[in-house]
Design a protein around this ligand. Structure first.
Ligand code: ZN
Length: 242
């Protein structure tokens, strides 16, 4: 039992380092994903702007057509004014002409507004595009950081894996599988001491999750019988030598 605990302790030292490497790598991968997400969001904004600009441009074109045809009508009305035979006819044509002019003025105001909107959207686009370039550079930087990390940690990882195999050799398969399963859930820390919380009483807790341990578990640990796991967090328990 003492040998098993010793092997588990060595295994834990290795597992904790492996978990640290894994966490480092995952943090770097998350960073890449985060930056990529920002680039995608910029792309979506650009696409949306493009769509809005196109929409405004189409309305602007339609208004332009409308204005042109009204201008032709206005020309016609002007010519008709010259050949008007009565005052009444003249007045009628003048009213029609003024109505067209007023309508065109209204359309031109709306067109001006549309043009301003398009201009603002284009300016926004150029800001987004500049930001996007910076974000894309951040993606490249994050990817480079991961690749450097992988290159640098490869040997360490291989060494640790070899050490893990060596430490595992002397362990019972069931003990090893319990250890591996728990280690995976607790960043390599599968082995924790049972702690005495009262100097005069035999009250112990699991130092992994702080749950009280039964006397049955403690006496098994004291007699170094079999592997004992915390029933709550499933970590493997041991007693620090007194
Ligand atoms: Zn526990």
């Amino acid at each position: 039992m003492g040998d098993t605990l010793e092997a588990l302790r060595r295994l834990q030292t290795v597992e904790v380092q492996l978990a640290e490497l894994r966490r480092d790598r995952e943090a770097k991968e998350r960073r890449i994903e985060h930056q990529r997400r920002l680039v995608r969001r910029a792309d979506e904004n650009l696409q949306q702007n493009e769509h809005t600009i196109l929409n405004r441009q189409m309305r602007l074109d339609a208004f332009q057509l409308d204005v042109s045809s009204r201008e032709q009508l206005i020309d016609k009305h002007r010519q008709a004014l010259n050949s008007a035979k009565t005052n009444k006819e003249y007045a009628g044509i003048l009213t029609a002409l003024n109505t067209e002019k007023a309508d065109n003025a209204k359309l031109e105001t709306e067109m001006l507004q549309l043009m301003e909107e398009i201009q603002a959207l284009k300016e926004e686009d150029s800001v987004i595009s500049t930001n996007r370039e910076a974000l894309q550079a951040e993606v490249a930087k994050a990817e480079a950081a991961l690749s450097v990390f992988e290159k640098q940690s490869r040997r360490k990882n291989e060494t640790l894996l070899a050490q893990r195999d060596a430490c595992s050799e002397s362990l019972e398969p069931t003990t090893l599988s319990t250890f591996s399963r728990v280690a995976e859930h607790h960043d390599g820390e599968a082995l924790v001491p049972a702690i005495k919380i009262h100097p005069k009483r035999d009250d112990y807790v699991c130092s992994g999750c702080n749950m009280t341990l039964t006397m049955e578990v403690i006496s098994m640990l004291q007699s170094q019988g079999t592997i004992q796991v915390c029933k709550v967090c499933e970590r493997i328990l041991f007693l620090e030598p007194v």
